[in-house]
Write a protein that binds this ligand. Structure first.
Ligand code: F6R
Length: 365
């Protein structure tokens, strides 16, 4: 059942190119995103006061990445809320709010309750769900399924990747309807989108290098993930993956925020995973890398091929991923981080598919 892999998590990491293909390819026809089940119109979208993304855990991290992309594409404010907080913060939701609810299981009780509250306040609900016929899917006004297939490992990987993919489709579909994207840009994103599965395969083929880095760093007591913009959103997911399955303390930080506090925690032996794939902020991120290096941190860098050699001059080791359109970077960047978490946990002898204290679907508040 594990398809020859030692753990479901490894199998599911390796299934990501296929899951991405299944989720995305049937929804692109003649170079356009076609979401057959949805009927949004331009007038409704243009009239929106905001998009409110509601989710928990990794699904929330998808929302954090989507915020950057959707705001860029739609020029509408996008708020991302943890479902467990949403209900208790007197959220500003009107009939002009679109709630985008993200859930693998479709049964997470906090997300479901938040969704019901958003609906009660007048929002239209569009959900992104993996489990067909789940409660969240049934109660939403519209649903787009991720076609990740069953996910068994508690730590999500392929569901996260397909959720991300669906947020790209939603962004392109809405931007097209609203006329907020130029044709050239639209076409460029579509053609890059179609290349993602092959690029994912090339990253997975190079997994031994990541296993090697895991063998160097698996005993580090504390690991920080730093990044800016979309790299920060990916860092959050990398950090969660690592801590939930390897039990190493880890934090994700917006790199520019380090000097406002956390840099005091950086000392010789701290590992910093520096995410520098977002090229417009590469130099800025590298200045943060210099700051942590000078305080004795070990730095594992992640950049795209275009910047790998430059990054390697400053950091201890560099992981590279293929270049792509900046909006699609999370899809590539997350995979080395999933692999790193997996191999670190493997070295530490952890129960990878069933980490302590965690459940696959959280149906209690
Ligand atoms: C982390 C993880 C959890 C879930 C969260 C939401 O690896 O799997 O953080 O992402 O519990 O679950 P869903 O998406 O089912 O609502």
């Amino acid at each position: 059942e594990k398809g020859g892999y030692e753990h479901f998590m490894a199998k599911e990491i390796m299934e990501q190119p296929e899951a991405f293909r299944k989720t995305v390819f049937p929804r692109i026809k003649e170079g356009r995103v076609v979401l057959d089940d949805l009927c949004f119109d331009a007038g409704y979208l243009k009239n929106l006061d905001k998009l409110y993304i509601i989710a928990c855990g990794s699904s929330y991290h998808v929302g954090m990445a989507a915020k950057y992309n959707l705001e860029k594409l739609l020029r509408k404010p996008v708020e991302v809320a943890l479902a467990s907080e949403f209900r208790y913060c007197d959220p500003i939701v009107t009939e002009k709010t679109l709630a985008l609810v993200i859930s693998q299981s479709g049964e997470t009780i906090d997300t479901l309750a938040a969704m019901r509250e958003a609906k009660r306040l007048g929002a239209r609900v569009l959900s992104v769900v993996n489990v067909v016929g789940s409660t969240i899917a049934r109660e939403s006004d519209d649903v787009i399924y991720t076609w990740a297939g069953p996910e068994i490992a508690v730590a999500t990987t392929k569901a996260y990747s397909t959720q991300l993919a669906v947020t790209y489709l939603i962004g392109l579909y809405f931007a097209d309807l609203m006329g907020t994207i130029e044709k050239k840009e639209y076409d460029a994103i579509i053609s890059e989108l179609l290349l993602i599965p092959t690029k994912l395969e090339s990253i997975l083929e190079r997994r031994q290098a990541i296993q090697y880095y895991a063998s160097i760093y698996f005993n580090h007591p504390s690991i920080f993930f730093i990044g800016r913009n979309i790299d920060y959103a990916i860092g959050m997911e990398g950090s969660l993956k690592l801590k939930e399955i390897s039990y190493i303390h880890s934090e994700a930080y917006a790199a520019g925020e380090l000097k406002h506090g956390t840099i005091s925690l950086i000392e010789p032996g701290t590992l910093v995973v520096a995410l520098a794939s977002y090229q417009p902020l590469f130099e800025k991120l590298m200045s943060n890398v210099v700051e942590v290096k000078s305080r004795g941190a070990d730095v594992l860098g992640l950049a795209t091929d275009a910047k790998g050699a430059e990054m390697a001059k400053t950091v201890d080791h560099t992981i590279t991923v293929p270049d792509t359109h900046p909006m699609l970077l999370p899809s590539l960047d997350v995979v080395p981080l999933q692999l790193f978490a997996y191999y670190v946990a493997l070295q530490r002898g952890c129960d990878i598919d069933k980490p302590r204290n965690l459940a696959k679907s959280v149906t209690v508040e």
